[in-house]
Design a protein around this ligand. Structure first.
Ligand code: NOJ
Length: 761
């Protein structure tokens, strides 16, 4: 009786609490609506258009001009400034504008802010949700400390063509892994409430399909079936929006013949009507005027009309909005309601950010440049931890790694001591002088730094055009004018005296950036010559790769005794590399993207469809899906990565049948069968064997990490639910179809470790 009464009392408490919470939420949203309605009713059309303009200081647009435009109420948001006194000054001027609407401040915080973390391909290589969360949390923390309110991230374009330079900015080829990374970025950056002073609003980008440009050529067109879009490429954007991302940035490219910026189907039917997105839609830099080149607008005014009609709300660095929107409204080509709606979204965002009550939040007008870039503002421990988790061990013959710390080591290569390159692209608020190079990291790790010798060895390339390209906007990559053979001879000399040679080769960071597509993914000849010469010394050769995309590496793979993929690891990169080389951290990274054997295979990705004539082991004849001059398989598959220990795995399903309301528990036994402690990523893949449309040979649907001591056993569990079996069927309905499903468990996407269950009718 007593228990019953207590339960009733508790129920009452919870229920009334819920009611109260709902009521106060309701009050808050009424308050917000009243505030914004009132504000909008007093704003001129010109001011409303001003709210839709995102502007950055630069070129003709001097700080002085920008300040004047702000005060006139002609600018809604500023981006690309991270100097707090400047931001403070801008906000003061906004508060003197006719409607006193505060600005918001944006910046590209792609993989860290002051502290630079690994590029996103590296972050994705951790396959570790807590590491991804750490990047997002630290980045948001540092960015908001700098007075920023919004970022143009996460970038969740699926990338399957490594010729495209922005592969470096994404989380790889897989919808599930990319969605997980995007979701975590949104949740950890925005936090529970935008009103939290440490909350940074996210802008998921680039909506949509930027990563699918034809031929991997930057800004090129994309063309794709709707099924493939909904099944794969659109999934991560949707995941980020479902996680609450309050802004979306539209891609620069055309999607099935219509530029995304002019694509009503994409921006209104899909994004607004189907996905119910109610945040702000931002165009990419200059995208509106580019509609003229795309051939869907006749002149600037027409471009503004087309973009707004499609669903663009804020324009990024476009002078045309202010010039033409009022005219277009007057002529009836666009309605004031459309502008009101867009402006409302911007004001709502500012309201939720708390800017109306605290416009100068986090802004310190006295902050000087030295303090701003001070080392003590960095999060080095976090950066090092994520960086070492991002490293992927690709080869380790005869267990040459980890190295003993008392060896004589020759550190060689154009990237071994480069502070700029290790930061990677999109690291505008980072500082190269604060970064740790591999050479520095190795010296920090050993007891006797004298045992480490160093030679530059070779230029990244001898192609003058490449250097011209890299240094177009100021010198980032120095060309060493010494004769190539002299540099190689110097490297060989120190290699011969050493016990082991570590060569740092790959790309300059500027080679894996926006607008840096390549057709040749091999190492440039200068670097190959260097490696050949080092190999000839007969010394054990460790190749450490620094690059922002999959490269074609079959020659280097054959040469290397050990090989590490380190991407561009950020501020603490050098220390993280040393941690792995010397075994202070047992590598656990896994590739988030396949590495082609050769460029001709592209696109090569694990989750392809089967063909009617698959090339099986027994069916190697002529009329099968194959090349006569190349394997079908990539050099390194998706999900691949070695460890200094080995793991054994087996698994079972809780049932061989499942119904609509049921679930299947997948129990995986993992054993560390080696002699070192290590972490394994257990990967769960699924195949729908027969359906109304062809389904991929395998799709990632889950992953979990497990750390085990030598000979320790552990268990990982996954739950397969009905919703996870859904796909876009022959009628473009999102359903699960009864039938047979294969479940694969493994340490990479080539696993054949399989069990089967049936989904009942
Ligand atoms: C152009 C890039 O495509 C986009 O990703 C970036 O956010 C903007 N520029 C702003 O820097």
């Amino acid at each position: 009786m007593m228990i019953k009464k207590l339960a009733l009392f508790l129920f009452f408490l919870v229920f009334s609490g819920l009611l109260l919470a709902q009521e106060s939420n309701g009050d808050a949203s009424v308050e917000k609506k009243v505030f914004i309605d009132n504000l909008l009713s007093k704003m001129t059309l010109q001011e409303k258009v001003g709210q839709l303009r995102l502007v950055s200081v630069g070129g003709d647009l001097t700080l002085h001009k920008v300040l004047d435009q702000i005060q006139a109420g002609e600018i809604g948001g500023i981006f690309n400034t991270v100097v707090e006194p400047d931001l403070f000054q801008m906000q003061e001027r906004a508060l003197k504008s006719p409607s006193k609407i505060p600005l918001y401040f944006g910046f590209d915080i792609i993989h860290g802010h002051r502290t630079v973390f690994p590029i996103n391909l590296g972050i994705a290589s951790t396959w570790d949700r807590s590491a991804i969360a750490k990047v997002a949390e630290v980045s948001a923390n540092e960015a908001t400390t700098d007075g920023l309110n919004i970022t143009w991230a996460p970038m969740v374009d699926i990338t399957r063509d490594p010729r495209w330079g922005r592969v470096s900015e994404g989380f790889g080829e897989d919808p599930y892994l990319t969605s997980e990374a995007g979701r975590i970025f949104v949740e950890k950056m925005q936090k529970q409430s935008l009103a939290d002073k440490k909350s940074l609003v996210t802008t998921v980008k680039h909506f949509a399909l930027y990563g699918a440009v034809e031929g991997g050529r930057e800004y090129n067109s994309t063309d794709m079936s709707e099924r493939k879009m909904f099944q794969e490429y659109l999934v991560p954007y949707k995941a980020a929006i479902d996680a609450g991302s309050r802004a979306v940035m539209v891609s620069l490219v055309s999607v099935n013949g219509i530029p995304a910026t002019a694509n009503h189907w994409l921006l209104t039917e899909v994004l607004r009507n189907q996905w119910h997105f109610d945040g702000v839609v931002v165009s990419d830099h200059g995208a509106i005027r580019e509609l003229i080149n795309h051939g869907v607008a006749s002149d600037p005014k027409d471009a503004v009309r087309v973009a707004i009609k499609a669903g663009i709300e804020m324009s990024m660095n476009d002078e045309y909005f202010l010039q033409f929107v009022p005219e277009l409204v007057k002529e009836g080509a666009i309605s004031e309601d459309e502008i009101n709606q867009a402006c409302r979204h911007v004001l709502e965002l500012k309201y939720d950010m708390g800017l109306f009550s605290d416009p100068k939040r986090n802004l310190d007008p006295t902050l000087d440049i030295d303090t701003m870039f001070a080392d003590n503002r960095l999060h080095r421990a976090e950066a090092r931890d994520v960086a070492r988790r991002s490293i992927v061990l690709l080869k380790n013959e005869n267990e040459i790694l980890p190295l003993a710390k008392n060896k004589k080591i020759a550190v060689i290569g154009p990237l071994a001591d480069s502070k700029r390159d290790i930061l990677g692209s999109w690291s505008g608020a980072g500082r190269a002088n604060l970064a740790v190079t591999p050479l520095e990291g190795i010296k920090n790790a050993v007891k006797n730094p004298e045992s480490i010798s160093y030679a530059f060895g070779a230029n990244l390339s001898d192609d003058e055009n490449l250097y011209r390209f890299l240094n177009l906007y100021g010198e980032t990559t120095k060309f060493d004018n010494r004769p190539a053979d002299k540099m190689i001879a110097e490297a060989v000399k120190i290699a011969k005296k050493a016990d082991i040679v570590i060569a740092f080769v790959g790309e300059a960071e500027g080679m894996a950036h926006e607008s840096s597509s390549r057709t040749d993914l091999s190492l440039p000849a200068t670097q190959k010559q260097l490696l050949n010469a080092l190999k000839k010394t007969g010394k054990p050769l460790v190749i450490v790769l620094m690059n922002g995309r999959p490269l074609t590496l079959s020659e280097e793979y054959a040469q290397a005794d050990a090989m590490l993929e380190t991407w561009f690891l950020g501020t603490e990169g050098g220390n993280a590399i040393a941690d792995v080389l010397f075994g202070d951290y047992n590598p656990s990274g896994k590739l988030p993207i396949s590495f082609p054997d050769n460029v001709g295979q592209i696109p090569v990705y694990y989750s392809h469809l089967n063909t009617g004539r698959p090339r099986g082991t027994e069916n190697m004849g002529k009329y099968t899906t194959s090349y006569f001059d190349s394997p079908n398989e990539p050099l390194f598959p998706f999900g691949f990565g070695l460890s200094y220990t080995n793991f054994a795995m087996d698994f079972s399903l809780s049932s061989s049948e499942m119904n609509k309301n049921g679930e299947i528990i997948v129990k995986v036994n993992v054993e560390n069968i080696g002699n070192k402690e290590g972490m394994q990523t257990v990967q769960l893949y699924l195949q729908d064997v027969t359906a109304s449309v062809s389904r991929p040979v395998k799709e990632l649907i889950g992953f979990e990490n497990i750390s085990l001591k030598p000979h320790e056993k552990g268990e990982v569990e996954f739950v397969i639910k009905y919703d996870m079996l859904k796909f876009w069927n022959d009628k473009m309905q999102y359903v699960a179809e009864p039938g047979k499903f294969n479940v694969f468990i493994g340490s990479d996407s080539t696993t054949q470790n399989k069990q089967t269950f049936t989904l009942l009718d």
